[in-house]
Design a protein around this ligand. Structure first.
Ligand code: FAD
Ligand code: FES
Length: 509
């Protein structure tokens, strides 16, 4: 599959054939619902609306499923990693129960869709184990077990160690979690949407979203206008509402895939209690045999760590300590996850808008969050009651001191990155770069993002992020320009990968 969002390749990008759209450059049209973003979120919404009889179009400037959905590790968790005792603090016991119920329902819904549409995506029900990263301190596990049981996980229980993995020590077992091959699932959704008359366009960039009570529309950068009764922004990072640049934080996360011998690993999800936690599953590089162990972690704020290659090395070292049977490393990739200020994502009507819905900030639970988004936005558009509407409402005010504190901390760290304007650029001439390298160059008063490609050709663009004028930084692992302020990312030649920016970096002579 064509990959425009980084230099590395995920297991799924390696094995999944491209997913067909109906065309590129969507023409003028009028539909019931226009969905921007053809990742798992946009396609889940489009699938459920088309099943309900709505005429939908999905627009994306990248290949279908080709952005963060192609870089996930696709654990299907209802046992949320933000801890149920923290959710209780933020949303009360009822809120914690609704969060657990919604993600549990999402895994059930994915299973239903896989069966109904006959999608060959290696969907499996697996147990999930939360283990303590220190192996000595199991107090955290006890506290979480009690809160998880109050949230509705009555069958969760503590074990001395997970089956076959005594080295991990005490853990909480959460039965009936799940895993699948995400791009195969997305391909199945795309086919089912098209079978119901829905249209998918890749190569279509949405440059403007207009909320209007009588006739909402989007404009594309090639000049067409798509009118719709409702618009859904499923672009992972929303580009149509400034307040979400402040209410959420963008993190890079890393994953590696290592070969494992047959029968060495029972299909299971693991994650630990470390602050920068590790997440683990197995998958098959060929259908039917689980021959790859995937391990993720090493999260850091986008653009705030330029030694990106070191994170793959650290993950590998951790994996060899905890799963000593692993063999050679065959995959490494990274991507971005979006953390809301208060642990739960935003799904619903955009604040102060009448017809533009949004789905964002899945906190690393994008697979189930997307499915909740499909269920909830469909209910909202069809005027049906939904018990989760208030919990995920993008207009909610979370006044808990913990979430206000974390939002302030994130925003201060983000704004400190503007100090890059005062620091000297790292090179004076492209001659200082090796092939395949990028760096910021001073050009009079301007700062230029310079990339020398593998053939030695030099590409230059402005280093000023097209969102709110942060200065981008070079990400050597992915060969991308990453903005440390709100996490927009651009490829080595300045093409937009990830918002909230909605324009490429400006070209320079
Ligand atoms: C390494 C890694 C591991 C992860 N592990 C897990 C996991 O185990 N479980 C889990 O649930 N989640 C996980 N996640 C998170 C999950 O992958 C993502 O949150 C999820 O894929 C987001 O899906 P999405 O559809 O919202 O966004 P995307 O897949 O990014 O799709 C958004 C789409 O919108 C398009 N777009 C943006 N702006 C425009 C525009 N202006 N015009 C047209 N198109 C536009 C983009 O091109 C893109 O295709 C992980 C993420 C990473 C990176
Ligand atoms: S992402 Fe906001 S300034 Fe770059």
């Amino acid at each position: 599959m064509h990959d425009s969002n980084g230099a590395t390749t995920s297991l799924w990008q390696d094995i999944q054939p491209p997913i067909s759209a109906n065309g590129q450059q969507a023409p003028d049209m009028t539909v019931d619902v226009c969905i921007v973003g053809a990742g798992i979120s946009g396609l889940s919404v489009a699938y459920m609306l088309s099943q309900a009889g709505k005429k939908v179009v999905v627009l994306d400037d990248d290949p279908i499923g080709g952005t963060m959905t192609s870089r996930t590790t696709a654990h299907l968790f209802s046992a949320l990693d933000d801890r149920f005792y923290k959710l209780e603090r933020l949303f009360g016991e009822t809120g914690s129960q609704l969060a657990a119920e919604s993600h549990t329902r999402a895994i059930d819904k994915i299973e239903e869709i896989v069966l109904h549409e006959n999608i060959d995506c290696e969907f499996k029900r697996v147990d999930g184990y939360l283990f303590s990263h220190t192996t000595q301190d199991s107090h955290e596990l006890d506290k979480e077990l009690e809160a998880a049981q109050r949230a509705g996980f009555t069958d969760a229980q503590k074990v001395d160690f997970p089956p076959q993995q005594p080295q991990l020590g005490p853990a909480i077992c959460f039965p009936r979690q799940g895993q699948f091959q995400p791009l195969a699932y997305v391909a199945g959704l795309a086919k089912a949407i098209q079978a119901k008359g829905g249209l998918l366009y890749d190569g279509t960039h949405v440059s403007k979203v207009q909320d209007d009570a009588s006739e909402p529309y989007v404009e594309t950068s090639h000049g067409s206008t798509i009118k719709a009764s409702q618009i859904v922004i499923a672009t992972n990072s929303p580009m149509h509402s400034a307040e979400f640049s402040i209410k959420q934080a963008q993190y890079m996360t890393y994953a590696i895939g290592l070969r494992i011998p047959p029968e060495s690993y029972l299909p299971t999800l693991y994650w630990d209690t470390a602050h920068n936690y590790h997440y683990i599953r197995c998958a098959s590089s060929k259908q039917g045999h689980d021959d790859i162990l995937i391990v993720g972690g090493e999260d850091h704020k986008v653009g705030h760590d330029t030694n990106t290659d070191e994170h793959f090395a650290a993950l590998e070292q951790w994996t060899r300590q905890h799963f000593p049977f692993v063999q050679e490393k065959v995959y490494e990739w990274s991507g971005e996850v979006i953390e809301p200020m208060d642990a739960l994502g935003y799904i619903g009507l955009t604040p102060r808008q009448k017809s533009v819905y949004m789905i964002t900030a899945d906190s690393g639970h994008g697979m189930t969050h997307a499915t909740i988004g499909g269920l909830l936005i469909t209910d909202l558009i069809l005027g049906r009651e939904n018990p989760w509407a208030e919990l995920y409402d993008p207009s909610r005010r979370t006044l808990h001191p913990q979430s206000i504190g974390s939002m302030l901390k994130e925003d201060i760290t983000a704004n400190l990155a503007y100090a890059d304007y005062l620091t000297p650029a790292s090179i004076k001439s492209p001659d200082e770069l090796s092939n395949g390298q990028g760096a910021i160059m001073q050009d009079g008063l301007r700062k230029i993002a310079v990339y020398k490609d593998e053939q030695g050709e030099v590409h230059k663009c402005s280093a000023v992020c097209t969102h709110w004028k942060g200065l981008v930084r070079w990400n050597d692992a992915e060969k991308t320009w990453d903005c440390p302020v709100h996490g927009s990312r651009f490829n080595a030649c300045g093409k937009l990968i990830q918002g909230p920016a909605n324009k490429d970096l400006d070209p320079v002579e």
